[in-house]
Design a protein around this ligand. Structure first.
Ligand code: PMP
Length: 421
């Protein structure tokens, strides 16, 4: 891995994104425009470093068999690697035990697991769930379905003009004593970093369990569930340099133990008779069927890569790029930036609008400059409704981005404005 020694002049924060690009083969692939790829869409999905791609290839080539089944060396080897990945996820988020890590496909499935299993066992007519207007659809629609089904009420915490959660409104919504508060750590649509410790404390004071959607934070900053004190946390591997098709739900052991299974079938049982079945212990109770074995091993390799960089350094790098990009965009007339100004409250995600130009047109022009950004509602339509806009253009940063990328972003904005002037 190409980490710049700390003694070298700091050019892009804690390490050099330029140097790290060598680790990512996607940057060797020529773009259709023939220009260097400037990848500013990590919030949708992140490119994979060679070490992850090689870990996946190696697992398929040399260590592949089904897990938890075979009484033969290859299966025991695959099982050890798969379970090793679970331990890495646990360590990465500060979970007290790897038994509290349930492998799922992605953050969406993790949240659905809680909604189906915990939700349907614990929510009754008249109960309340609180989520926020800042959420990705993955942290809204499962709660809409659940509350409709059981006759409970779903409340949404409002957002301020600059894209922060309105904590007074949170206090108001919590005063009705909901059973669950489901909130994103970082907004994928605005980049807002929510004050989690305060939110978890307020939720618990009101008697609610607190679920954190960490899809946009786990890849980019240190997370420690033990010190946060939350009850559930959801993440997606593909956004943190890992393969697609693998994610994790962390839940407090006593909660997971008490929850009924979500999907049923093989692996999640210890005994089946014609009369019924007895559930396996956690986390296997929630992992029906053959899991995403190699994807989990790949996620473990992604965690190794991130831990070698250091999550404090990853955050510092992105904070630095955010500040430079925020300033660059702010200096261009006709650009409207969304979300908080304060770099402590803003992750490496910038949603912006250009006067009179549709985000899809912006993204198309950017593409001709080799720049990949996301344009649309970002699966957060309630955020778009809040600001009365159909869509935004979103640039999101990760470890391989550098100041050249920020400069390219600024130049592409000006070129787009000139094209549509
Ligand atoms: N929550 C947030 C905040 C997200 O940004 C995303 C993905 N854009 C999700 C949940 C869902 O992630 P996945 O599609 O990997 O399930």
């Amino acid at each position: 891995m190409a980490i710049e020694p700390a003694a070298r002049p700091v050019t892009e924060g804690a390490f050099s994104g330029t140097a790290l690009r060598d680790d990512f083969p996607i940057f060797d692939t020529p773009t259709g425009s023939g220009m260097r790829l400037v990848y500013l869409d990590a919030a949708a999905s992140a490119p994979k470093p060679r070490s992850v791609i090689e870990a996946v290839s190696d697992a398929y080539s040399h260590h592949y068999a089904n897990v938890h089944r075979g009484i033969y060396e290859l299966s025991e080897d695959a099982t050890a690697r798969f379970e090793g990945a679970r331990r890495k996820v646990a360590r990465f988020i500060g979970a007290p035990s790897e038994r509290e890590i349930v492998f799922v496909r992605n953050a969406t499935e993790a949240i659905n697991l809680v909604a189906y299993s915990w939700g349907r066992a614990n929510l009754r007519a008249g109960d309340r769930v609180v989520t926020t207007q800042l959420e990705h659809h993955a942290n809204i629609v499962p709660w809409q379905q659940l509350t409709r089904e059981v006759g409970a009420t779903l409340d949404y915490v409002a957002i301020t003009d600059d894209g922060r959660l309105d904590l007074d409104d949170l206090r108001t919504k919590l005063a009705a004593h909901p059973k669950l508060l489901a909130v994103a750590h970082v907004s994928n649509a605005l980049g807002t970093i929510n004050p989690l410790s305060e939110i978890v404390e307020l939720g618990h004071e009101a008697g609610a369990l607190v679920l954190i959607d960490a899809a946009q934070s786990a890849p980019h900053m240190p997370i420690d569930v033990a010190s946060l004190g939350c009850d559930f946390l959801a993440l997606s591997g593909h956004k943190m340099l890992g393969p697609s098709g693998i994610g994790a739900l962390w839940g407090r052991r006593e909660l997971l133990d008490a929850m009924p299974p979500f999907l049923t079938g093989g692996s999640m049982i210890i005994r089946v008779t014609l009369e019924g079945a007895e559930w396996n212990e956690v986390p296997y109770k929630f992992e029906a069927g053959t899991p995403a074995i190699v994807e989990a091993i790949g996620l473990g390799a992604a965690i190794d890569y991130l831990e070698e960089l250091g999550m404090e350094n990853v955050r510092a790098h992105e904070r630095y790029l955010f500040e430079r990009a925020w300033q660059t965009l702010g200096e261009i007339p006709g650009v409207r930036r969304l979300g908080p100004d304060d770099p402590d409250l803003h992750a490496g995600v910038i949603s912006f609008l250009l006067d009179g130009i549709h985000p899809h047109d912006i993204a198309t022009v950017f593409d001709s400059h080799g720049i990949a950004v996301r344009a649309g509602h970002h699966c957060a339509q309630p955020v778009m409704l809040r600001y009365d806009i159909p869509a935004t253009t979103r640039a999101s940063f990760y470890v391989y981005n550098d100041l050249d990328d920020i400069e390219a972003l600024g130049k592409a904005v000006v070129a787009t404005q000139m094209l549509f002037a």
